[in-house]
Design a protein around this ligand. Structure first.
Ligand code: SME
Length: 160
């Protein structure tokens, strides 16, 4: 496996995801370790999109606990239903938040975050974690991100 990621300079999201997705799939291919794979997904997304923060929270003993991420230090534990992450977990659906200040209960891990997307991770029909990405720009995420990120998290194998 080549560890070098090809990063494209296009500002078109579809082109960026189209370039990145096969590379992420190749990175995960044949590697069963969950943490290693989550770490590489974060790194690849951060390199291509330069988001403020991207990372995983995993459900442990009834709360979300910080997992592999790229970006500034973040809150370590989030309760079910709290913030965007806890909301995506409770509702078991992707939440796109164009303006975090307009989201009641948003947990501000970084004051620089202006918009956010959180996708639940499913295993055996249960939410076992979330993928969270934060942007310094308003409306940094939309349905295009939701669609492609859903494809990326579909590569994750939770049966280590
Ligand atoms: N803003 C998130 C908390 C996690 S950080 O953004 C890394 C939330 O409201 O759930």
């Amino acid at each position: 496996m080549a560890e070098d990621l090809i990063i494209i300079s296009s500002s078109d999201k579809t082109e960026q995801y189209t370039s990145l997705i096969p590379q992420i799939e190749a990175l995960l291919q044949g590697e069963p370790d969950l943490v290693a794979n989550l770490a590489n997904i974060c790194a690849a997304l951060k390199e291509q999109f330069k988001w403020l923060w991207v990372g995983f929270y995993l459900v442990k003993n009834g709360e979300l606990v910080l997992g592999p991420f790229q970006g500034p230090v973040a809150c370590t534990r989030i309760a079910k239903g709290k913030g965007v992450c806890g909301g995506a977990w409770e509702q078991a659906k992707t939440l796109v938040v164009p303006d975090v200040d307009a989201f009641p209960g948003h947990i501000a891990c970084s004051s620089a975050s202006r918009s956010e997307i959180v996708l639940p991770l499913f295993h055996n029909n249960r939410v076992v974690g979330v993928l969270d990405a934060d942007s310094e720009h308003l409306a940094g995420f939309d349905e295009t991100d939701a669609r492609y990120l859903e494809r990326i998290i579909g590569f994750i194998n939770f049966n280590e």
